[in-house]
Design a protein around this ligand. Structure first.
Ligand code: SF4
Ligand code: FE2
Length: 623
């Protein structure tokens, strides 16, 4: 019906919501509607629970209600504190993911990990060179051990700089230093946010926001970049590969396993275990044709990029996957996993398996994962999914047919390879105007926005206007599902971009990976800026997070802007209760880091803002 059509642009979602309704099951969309109207104080960012004299909330009406918290904090102070605590949460999540990768690399180098190996020696050597680690006549394990220790140390460093921040153009680093936002240690900047936002510490909104930017830089050019680079060393740097996306990748006659969450440390081993001949034999003995592993959210992005494993869907589809009744195990680690999955799995045979000591869920079976015995545990987990196949109720199975082919795997290295080994063809295309500019479009789903419409509407408008799109996260999955990640999609692009894509055989929308892989976008921007001898804020590039919702997205937005890239948000951040914070983020940031935020909920208008910005940069560069 019409109500369902309004919730998403995805036909698979329409069918599954219809199915949920028939079965009387609740989803994120229902809970969102029950929550309306959402708390007005929360929306404005003016409620504070940072001490127990409160909670306090500031009235949005100057002549009616309190204008200060009990400690005297104004709306400006409270909003700034709340905002940077969101950045702390997001930076912590990405960086702890990076730390886990560093840990896995160290164990692997020491021969203590249970099944991992160093797959990309070229990347290992390149990173070692960046860190000044000797490589001559040394085993890959010896090099990896030094690298792991050096990278591990970035988290607890007391004094900077973080090595990867030095990939940024010199002008950028100088500006960060001038503003006092060149990060020291990754953990240190996050801790300092928690300190400064404690009652009675930092009560200057601008000073607070600067610390937020500093911690976000430690995320984007620190923790996230570590996560990306070390994942490549351990699991291989992604290269273009074909796959499929949407719920139709589930198979009625196979054991279906969904790997959902974020860290490839788990999903790589699940994949390895699913190839185990004795487990495959067990699946066949149970009457299945085989074991079908598919991915969801960023775990999905990690394994589609490296192995072409199909994508079952993005954030808003996790419950719908369970409702197909065809999922034998939903295996999760950390981040973006709805606690609602537990109750939902009880309505089906699906086994909901949590694996991280950091993330337990109601209704989940906990099978704790450890790197030391990774493959053995992964086999147990996959075995449990295979065993559960017998409990599937055929009458409850409904898998939508929808799935779309995609070409993914565009790491920086893959893009360079597609360009013939140097950035020059891309730079020439930008100079000639065939490619007007580059847009990074990323981020979550959010029920405040019609599912995937924010993403797809914006991306389509950009490519029609000759803006090459690079993407990660749930935006990437949205684009894959509508066919924008096929070389043929170049036909939907403007003439200039179309010509470039056809010549190179690439799609107009390049999948660069998971959310931590936004660090790949930063690295490309840095390389382009360095090649042109300019700063990142001079480039004809722009960023967008059309359907963002998580704290991680707040940190991402902050580090993308801190890197000098104009960024449009498609959902309104909780800052409008403070005129000062709003002004800093949308205007004054230009003077501090050479870029600022805009908020635009209409995807076509948002694309328009990005194109205007790109055109301004082109003009300033004289191209
Ligand atoms: Fe209220 Fe200040 Fe305590 Fe926040 S820190 S709850 S504004 S008294
Ligand atoms: Fe993600």
């Amino acid at each position: 019906d019409d109500k369902i059509m309004e919730k998403s642009i995805d036909p698979a979602v329409h069918q599954m919501l219809d199915r949920a309704e028939q079965l009387g099951l609740e989803t994120v969309w229902d809970r969102y509607e029950k929550m309306l109207p959402e708390c007005g104080f929360g929306e404005l960012g003016v409620c504070c629970r940072n001490c127990n004299m409160g909670p306090c909330r500031i009235s949005p009406f100057e002549d009616d209600g309190p204008q200060r918290g009990i400690c005297g904090a104004t709306a400006d102070i409270i909003v700034a504190r709340n905002l940077i605590r969101m950045i702390a949460g997001g930076a912590a999540a990405h960086s702890d993911h990076g730390r886990d990768l560093a840990h896995t690399l160290l164990l692997t180098a020491e021969g203590k990990s249970g099944g991992y190996e160093i797959k990309d020696e070229a990347k290992l050597a390149a990173l070692a060179a960046e860190y000044g680690i000797a490589t001559d006549q040394r085993s890959k394990e010896a090099i990896a051990e030094d690298l792991a220790k050096a990278v591990y140390a970035e988290f607890g460093k007391q004094e900077g700089p973080l090595q990867f921040t030095r990939r940024a153009p010199q002008k950028r680093v100088a500006q960060w230093q001038k503003m006092g936002i060149d990060p020291r240690g990754i953990d240190r900047e996050i801790v300092e946010i928690m300190h400064r936002t404690h009652i009675g510490v930092d009560n200057d909104p601008v000073n607070l926001i600067l610390q937020g930017l500093k911690a976000s830089i430690a995320d984007g050019w620190g923790g996230s970049m570590v996560a990306t680079e070390i994942s490549d060393v351990l699991f291989g740097t992604p290269m273009p590969v074909k796959s499929e996306a949407n719920l139709g990748v589930l198979k009625e006659d196979h054991v279906n396993i969904i790997a959902h969450g974020h860290e490839p440390v788990l999903s790589e081993m699940i994949l390895a275990a699913a190839g185990d001949p004795s487990l495959v034999a067990n699946a066949k003995a149970a009457g299945a044709k085989g074991i079908n592993v598919v991915g969801m959210c960023c775990t999905g992005n990690e394994i589609v990029m490296r192995h072409g494993i199909p994508l079952a869907g993005n954030f808003m589809q996790q419950e719908l996957a369970i409702i197909t009744g065809a999922v034998d195990a939903m295996i999760v680690d950390v981040q973006c996993i709805m606690p609602a999955l537990g109750d939902l799995c009880e309505c089906f045979h699906t086994r909901f398996i949590s694996t991280s000591p950091k993330a337990k869920f109601p209704g989940a079976v906990h099978m704790q994962f450890s790197e030391e015995s990774a493959l053995a545990i992964a086999k147990e987990i996959v075995g449990s999914a295979v065993e559960n196949y017998a409990h599937r109720v055929p009458e409850k199975v409904f898998i939508p047919a929808d799935k779309t082919a995609c070409m993914v795997g565009f790491s920086t290295e893959a893009i360079l390879k597609a360009l013939g080994g140097s950035l020059d063809p891309l730079l020439d295309a930008i100079k000639s105007g065939a490619v007007r500019g580059i847009a990074g479009v990323v981020g979550c789903n959010n029920p405040k926005i019609k599912h995937d419409e924010g993403h797809v509407g914006l991306v389509r408008h950009l490519i029609e206007n000759n803006v090459l799109v690079v993407t990660t996260g749930c935006n990437a999955i949205a684009c894959a599902k509508v066919g924008l990640m096929l070389p043929e999609a170049a036909d939907d692009a403007g003439d200039g971009l179309k010509g470039v894509c056809k010549a190179l055989g690439i799609p107009p929308v390049l999948h660069m990976g998971s959310c931590v892989d936004i660090s790949r976008i930063l690295s490309v921007c840095a390389a382009v800026a360095n090649a042109l001898g300019v700063d990142i804020c001079d480039l004809p590039v722009a960023g967008a997070a059309p359907e963002w919702m998580s704290e991680k997205a707040v940190s991402i937005g902050a580090y993308v802007v801190s890197s000098g890239i104009f960024t449009v948000l498609g959902t309104v951040p909780p800052v409008l209760g403070s005129p000062v914070v709003t002004e800093v983020l949308t205007q004054a940031a230009n003077d501090v880091v050479g870029a600022a935020f805009a908020v635009e909920t209409d995807p076509v208008k948002a694309a328009g803002l990005m194109i205007d910005n790109i055109d301004k940069k082109r003009q300033a560069l004289g191209i």
